[in-house]
Structures are given as C-alpha cells and as structure tokens.
Design a protein around this ligand. Structure first.
Ligand code: NDP
Length: 444
C-alpha cells in the first residue's frame, strides 16, 4: 500500500540511525493497513505523517556532582509526542542505553497504550543515559534535582505528567517531585508513582505486573483455560517482574526463572518471591544472590539462556528486544502457549513473526502492560479530586480496565478480519480514538 510505505520510508529517512524508533513505527504502521484502507481522509490530512512526528522534543544537559566532588554530564530527554486525547503522559527512564531513538519508540507506543486504557491521556516519554547502578542515595538525589531543574519548565499537572520506568522507582520520583515543588511552589499531581504520604495511589506499585497477569488470565479464560498449574518464566526482577510473579503465583502458576542484566536464576521448585524482594527492593542487590540463599536454585551468567527453559507462559518484563528470533524459536520448540509482554517491545519483529506462525497466543506490550499508566491516570484523578481510594477500589478498577482492553483489541482484530492477531488489534483499537481526536482538532 503506497501511502503507508511512503510514510514508513520517510520515517527512516528523516530519523536516521533511530533503529528502535523505526522498529516500533514499522510494527504499528504495518498493522494499521486495513484501517488506513478504509479511511482515505488519513492521507488527505497527512494524519500518519503527523502521528509519527513528536509535537515537541526537549533535549538538555544534566550536570551533577558525585560523592568525590567529580563533575559528570548526562543527556536528558522529554519527548512530548501526542496530546490529542489528553495531557502527555509516560515514564522517565534512567539507563545507559537511553538515547533519542529509545525515547521516541517508547513515546510512540505510549500514545496508543494510553488510548487503549480508555482514559484521557496523551503520549510522552523521557529519560537520561544516567546509570543509577552503584550510585549512593546522595548522588541519585543530586542527579534527580539537576534533571528536574530543566524539566520543570516543560511539564505540569495539565500539560505533561511523567512517571517511573526502568531505573526510576519510588525513591527517584520522590526526589524529582521535591525539586519540582521547590521550583514551582505548588503541590500538584505533576508526577505519578508518588509515595502514599504525598499524593500517591495505592496499588500503583503493583499495577503494571498485576495488570499484565489480569490480562493473561482473561485471555486464557476466554479459551477455557487459566494460569493455575502453568509453568511460567518472568524475565527481569524489577518493579514489573516482581508484581507479575506475585499475581501469577496467587493464581496458581509456578514461576521457575527470573533475571537481571547479569544473569538468570532457575528454581524448579518455584521462585520464592520474598527472597527476590529482599534482594532487589531492600538491598538493591543482584539476582545471583538468590542462588546463594535458596537451596536447589541455580544461577547462570548471561540472560539469553532463560528462554531455553521449558514453560507454558513467558512474561518478558525487563527491556526491549530481549526475545529475538532465536529465543522465540526455542520457546516455541518447548511448547510455550502464551507470551505476555510486560516490558515495552521486548520481542523483536522476527520473534513476533515466529510466535504468529506457530499460533502462540501473543499479548503485545501496549495492551498487556497498560495497567501501570492506567493506574497513573487513576492517581491523577485522585490528585485533582483530593481523594484517596482504597487498594481494593484501585485494584478493581485496574482489573476492569485490563479486561476491557483485552476485549477491545480482540474485537478490533476480528472487525478487521485478523481474529486473534492482537498486535494488529491493539494498534487499531488504540489508534481509532487518537485518529478521531486528531481529525476533529484540525491541522495541528
Ligand atoms: P526496573 O528498573 O524496576 O527493572 C528493570 C529490570 O530489567 C531489572 O531487573 C533490570 O536488571 C532488567 N534489565 C534492564 N535492562 C536490561 C537488559 N538490557 N538486559 C537484561 N535485563 C535488563 O524497571 P521496570 O520494572 O519499571 O520496567 C521494566 C519494563 O517494563 C521496561 O520495558 C518498562 O518500559 C516497562 N514498563 C514499566 C512500567 C512501570 O510501571 N514501571 C509500565 C509499563 C511498562 P538490572 O537491575 O540488572 O538493570
């Protein structure tokens, strides 16, 4: 189809060397094909060209001083991608692999994810190539303060509301919020994922992992199946992974392996999550510790080997492109039934193709991990209404949202003749509302 191909070629030509951004744009635009064919007005109004171009990109210097008085400089980013349906919303990532391409792929995905939640939030993303690993609390605080000293002028409770992501958890959100409040002299819901004592929402910490598992269970239930008795692998051992394991275990799954960026642990008796939480949340240590503390568990250096372990359900919850074509083939060979993406874009295009060909049930990130941002939007609602909902109330809303997203993407896939293709279903269902809002608002 000429129009789509033209836009995709332009994305590649105008944004050279942005491989992750090309990958996300390719996945999204390709799957919108049947929708674009039904809507000639998209081409007339250059809707797709506008959709793939961020409304605003801010790049800035983040200087900070370490504990030995040495000065460091990192790069800071905020991409305000699309505000057609609400204020920009999306996390901040601190990781050495962060660059403009990574932030743009995350921002583009975020637009559709946020739309899928059914809540009024636009798409954005930010971050820095700062590496929080091995830094003291004081260094983290000074870095966050420096980052916010530039960012504060671009965000606001009704403009752009960042949240956490890789390397940005409760501690970092606290330091970022403190600096924003100091600079602006206002206590508002400008960041989500805040602590409970200063405007945060119950269940936000658990939301992405729980939401992923709620959708996984719903997809299995729709096939007269369920997580109970299934063997699962959950990659990563951060916020999303830990709470995905917690909910999966509570529904009767046996999670046998997890990793961090150094290597993986395999515990055929089932991961003991309290040990992982102690190592990761309390001590901020390495997953290799687990094998030293739990009898019968093994630790192996390197991450890729995890996908050779037989499982029924794989929940990649660490980072982009962690399942490549080869790993996907290994999973299929071992009889995997379902992939639920907790991380953003954890499967390469080749990996997705492999699962599709093998008929593996595939829940794409923008739907499966939308529980985090959905609960962030619930936090925004509580902030502006000066309300505080109970854990059960937020959790119930989260579960409803995840079930609705599943049903909407299922229906969208079917409507366009691609039953069970949830990559297409999620993109189409998410894009529908954004496209309508963009068309209604004229050429902006
Ligand atoms: P965390 O920083 O809490 O945890 C990230 C985990 O992934 C850590 O165990 C980390 O290991 C591991 N990891 C990071 N990079 C790599 C790598 N290159 N190879 C192997 N392992 C790696 O982040 P989150 O749990 O918050 O985020 C995980 C994923 O989920 C990301 O893709 C994020 O965008 C996505 N997501 C998060 C949401 C949230 O609410 N937090 C919402 C929606 C999506 P190590 O400690 O060694 O770095």
């Amino acid at each position: 189809m000429q129009y789509l191909e033209k836009v995709l070629a332009e994305v590649k030509a105008k944004n050279p060397n942005e491989n992750e951004f090309h990958q996300a744009a390719t996945e999204i635009l390709t799957s919108l094909k049947p929708m674009v064919e039904r809507h000639p007005e998209y081409e007339r109004t250059a809707l797709l060209e506008r959709f793939v171009e961020p409304e605003r990109t801010v790049m800035f210097r983040v200087p900070w001083v370490d504990d030995k008085n040495r000065v460091h400089v990192n790069k800071g980013y905020r991409v305000q991608f699309n505000s057609a349906i609400g204020p920009y919303k999306g996390g901040i990532r601190f990781h050495p692999t962060v660059n403009l391409s990574v932030i743009k792929f995350l921002g583009l995905e975020q637009i559709l994810k946020n739309s899928l939640t059914g809540l009024p939030i636009g798409g954005g993303k930010g971050g820095s190539d700062f590496d929080p690993k091995g830094k003291s609390d004081g260094e983290i605080m000074r870095f966050c303060q420096s980052f916010m000293t530039e960012l504060y002028r671009h965000i606001g409770a009704d403009t752009d509301v960042p949240a956490g992501d890789i390397g940005v958890g409760g501690r970092e959100i606290g330091y970022l919020f403190g600096q924003y409040k100091r600079l602006r002299n206002e206590h508002v819901g400008v960041l989500t994922g805040r602590g409970l004592s200063y405007g945060g929402s119950l269940a936000r910490t658990e939301a992405t992992g729980y939401g992923l598992v709620y959708m996984t269970e719903e997809a299995l239930n729709a096939r007269n199946d369920g997580l109970n008795g299934k063997t699962a692998i959950v990659s990563g051992s951060g916020n999303v992974a830990i709470y995905a394991v917690e909910k999966a275990q509570s529904l009767g799954a046996k999670v046998v392996a997890m990793y961090d960026s150094n290597g993986y642990v395999y515990d055929r008796n089932g991961i003991r999550l309290e040990v992982v939480k102690q190592i990761k949340e309390v001590e901020r240590g390495r997953i290799s510790e687990y094998a030293k503390r739990v009898k019968g568990a093994e630790y192996r250096e390197g991450c890729k080997g995890i996908w050779n372990i037989p499982c029924d359900v794989a929940l990649p919850c660490a980072t982009q492109n962690e399942i490549d074509g080869e790993s996907a083939k290994a999973l299929v060979k071992n009889g995997v039934k379902l992939i639920g993406e907790g991380a953003n874009m954890p499967t390469t295009l080749e990996g997705i193709e492999t699962f599709k060909k093998a008929g593996v049930l595939f829940l794409p990130a923008k739907a499966a991990n939308a529980g985090g941002v959905a609960t962030s939007a619930l936090e925004m609602a509580q902030s502006s209404g000066r309300l505080f909902w109970t854990f059960e109330e937020v959790d119930r809303k989260l579960k409803n949202i995840m079930v609705n997203i599943y049903r909407n993407m299922d229906a969208a896939a079917e409507e366009y003749g691609m039953k069970g293709d949830y990559v297409a279903g999620a993109n189409i269902a998410g894009f529908k509302k954004v496209a309508e809002a963009m068309l209604a608002q004229g050429i902006v």
